[in-house]
Design a protein around this ligand. Structure first.
Ligand SMILES: [Zn+2]
Length: 352
């Protein structure tokens, strides 16, 4: 209901010319919009997790809208420098993709090339070296594939209760049980992959066929190197997609991540994105010690010169965002009328 009212209100503002006026205002000119994308579906991932995935044709419509609204799409680093120097072009936008998944390579990268827009990929690197699907997400996805079912076979997986896959909560309980088991037994990546395979067998899913689709896998070393060589700006997202609350471990996540990116692309990554948008006050100083120059969150907003460079807001674009909502954010109106701006401080994608 609220959503409908909001869309109607935005429609009125647009027809009254407010989008155009704000888009061309001095206020908007002094601000940068950073767009955030997660996955671009290889198959049906947008039905499984609408807040994280969208289909490739929707991404293409977004890129067409950027052009139609005459947005200036800039590389992230350049945009931040020009913001500091009060030198932004009209309707500035920077485009970022989180995680560096294979679906970026397969679905987004060709569109980005076709439309000639610069993009930043915040690349986690652990799974870049270990070509297998991300464990906890795989469990969740495979269980979702069997939604509606109830299964008794729990002993094989060390679970304490039958698997009730009829609700999101029931499936979440199974995922949590498997993740806890993997932590308790301190399983390696390979062992977790085996556990995923055992789960698939119980669910009657061909695990090898699933792995071959590359759904829920990151780009491998060759793919990261290729996109880096062809102009994609590869930046920091922590090595294992986590932000430990211990300084030494946190900084190791940054330095390992940077080392891997350097080895693959030959570039020195200095821009960071908080995995799952989780940020704490102590992280800011630790990032500075690691010579990081900017960090983006999942909080909603436009970036202005007063923003702390380690707390840069973005607009998280998903399947759930309507065309008019997207346009409102490009113009600046969306930010002005946004009610809730802070992203929840929890892991929406549980860490590996
Ligand atoms: Zn991420």
């Amino acid at each position: 209901m609220l959503r409908k009212i909001k869309r109607a209100a935005l429609g009125l503002l647009r027809s009254a010319g407010a989008f155009e006026r704000v888009a061309n205002s001095k206020w908007r000119r002094e601000r940068l919009l950073i767009l955030c994308y997660h996955g671009i579906s290889l198959d049906d991932e947008h039905e499984w997790r609408p807040p994280l995935y969208m289909q490739a044709d929707l991404l293409e419509r977004r890129l067409e809208t950027l052009r139609a609204m005459r947005c200036s799409v800039l590389p992230l680093g350049e945009a931040l420098t020009r913001l500091r120097h009060r030198d932004l072009p009209p309707r500035s936008v920077a485009i970022t993709f989180d995680d560096g998944a294979y679906d970026f390579y397969k679905q987004a990268y060709p569109l980005v090339k076709k439309h000639g827009v610069p993009v930043t990929v915040y690349q986690s690197t652990y799974y870049t070296d270990h070509e297998m699907p991300i464990f906890n997400l795989t469990c969740s996805y495979l269980l979702w594939k069997r939604r509606g079912e109830q299964l008794d076979s729990t002993l094989d997986l060390g679970l304490s209760e039958p698997m009730d896959l009829r609700t999101e909560m029931g499936r979440h309980r199974v995922v949590r049980g498997l993740v806890e088991l993997s932590e308790r037994e301190n399983l390696t990546g390979l062992q977790k992959n085996e556990l995923g395979r055992r789960l698939a067998v119980i669910l009657g899913i061909d695990y090898s066929a699933f792995v071959a689709t590359r759904i829920l896998q990151l780009m491998n070393a060759r793919e990261v190197a290729e996109v880096g060589k062809n102009g994609v700006d590869v930046q920091l997202h922590s090595h294992r997609h986590r932000t430990p609350e211990d300084e030494v471990l946190f900084r190791r996540e940054i330095s390992e991540n940077r080392e891997r990116i350097r080895a693959l692309t030959g570039t020195e990554a200095r821009h960071f994105c908080y995995p799952s948008g989780v940020h704490r006050p102590e992280f800011l100083g630790w990032l500075e010690k690691e010579h990081v120059v900017s960090a983006t969150t999942c909080d909603a907003g436009l970036v202005d010169r007063d923003n702390n460079p380690f707390l840069l807001p973005r607009f998280v674009d998903t399947s759930g965002r309507s065309q008019i909502e997207f346009e409102s954010w490009l113009s600046g109106v969306g930010c002005m009328v946004a009610v809730r701006k802070a992203a929840p401080q929890r892991y929406i994608v549980p860490e590996d």
